[in-house]
Design a protein around this ligand. Structure first.
Ligand code: 3HC
Length: 281
């Protein structure tokens, strides 16, 4: 299994982690974002992460050699020669649909294009291209260099060969691959987000303080982070958007987003990235 060029769309926390792990796997990698500021932040994040891993002896080569395998660009056409692409742009349907149509025009006919979407239908994204058989979901977890899961999702038309290739690429990146159906939230977010949402309902009801809710799940269930801490880590806006997809597409009122979660997003309290979420950073 070889990847000649691994393209990543979006230099946010998921995209930069995916580019790093691709470079660690030895793939020549191109990281695209529309803004130079995002690319500059990604460079710093990747360098710091590689430095930590190098200090702990967890890399097979130097961090500098791995970093040197990543090209950073604001021009989508620089992905032209990539034969494997992961789209990790913002979780917005229209943005993703437009990008997939552009990538379909730009890339060679046999290139595989995957999306790191946390909840949008893979079948619908694939429908924006003329290569639905070569499109799949490839859902990484945050922080990508540490979390070892990739959730693979087949769209209705994804071919067996494409899916086998996505599995092989994920495994070459050191990840454990599971397969989930193309249903709202796939496996991880179908189960994780209702728990986070319930954490906000519980907080709103005054069931316990935020800290005690998190401590309950950390010490009571051995979770590394409680639900509210994790919401701040993932981004409360991301959690809300996944809860909205679950509610709308599954049509069951049990998935309705907590009004408190919505209020936090309205206030711009998005979690760690905005300096304030359930907790202040
Ligand atoms: N690069 C390199 N090393 C990193 C790193 C990174 N990006 N992030 C953390 N580390 C290392 C730290 O250096 C530390 O190493 P050490 O143990 O050798 O000192 C180790 O990982 C643990 O980190 P910390 O000491 O800073 O803190 P924690 O022990 O709390 O671990 C955590 C941090 C790994 C994030 C842990 O809290 C955790 O597993 N949290 C849950 C994460 C989770 O659930 N992610 C999934 C979210 S859902 C998702 O992504 C799906 C999406 O669609 C919403």
């Amino acid at each position: 299994m070889r990847v000649k060029g691994f393209g990543v769309i979006g230099a946010g926390s998921m995209g930069n982690g995916i580019a790093q792990v691709s470079a660690q796997a030895g793939f020549p990698t191109v990281l695209f974002d529309i803004g130079t500021a995002q690319l500059d932040r990604a460079k710093t994040t990747i360098q710091k992460s590689l430095q930590k891993l190098e200090e702990k002896g967890k890399l097979k080569e130097t961090g500098a050699a791995i970093f040197g395998r990543i090209a950073f660009t604001t021009s989508l056409t620089d992905l032209k020669t990539c034969d494997f692409v992961v789209e990790a742009a913002s979780e917005n349907r229209e943005v993703k649909f437009k990008l997939f149509a552009q990538l379909d025009e730009l890339l060679a006919k046999d290139a595989v294009i995957t999306t790191n979407t946390s909840s949008i239908s893979i079948t619908e994204i694939a429908g924006k291209t003329k290569r639905a058989d070569k499109i799949a979901g490839m859902h990484f977890m945050n922080p990508v260099p540490i979390m070892t899961l990739v959730e693979g999702i087949r769209g209705l038309a994804t071919s067996d060969a494409t899916f086998a290739h996505v599995r092989a690429v994920s495994e070459a990146m050191g990840k454990t691959f599971i397969e989930a159906k193309d249903a709202p939230g796939f496996a991880v977010n179908r189960i994780l987000m209702p728990m986070i949402n319930e954490g906000f309902f519980a907080l709103n009801e005054g069931l316990a303080s935020a800290k005690d809710i998190d401590t309950a799940l950390k010490l009571g269930c051995n979770f590394p982070m409680g639900p509210l801490e994790l919401a701040d880590f993932v981004g409360i806006d991301v959690c809300l958007s996944v809860c909205e997809v679950l509610h709308r597409d599954l049509g069951d009122p049990k998935y309705r987003p907590s009004p408190l979660m919505r209020k936090y997003v309205e206030a711009g309290w998005l979690g760690r990235k905005s300096g304030r979420g359930v907790y202040v950073y």
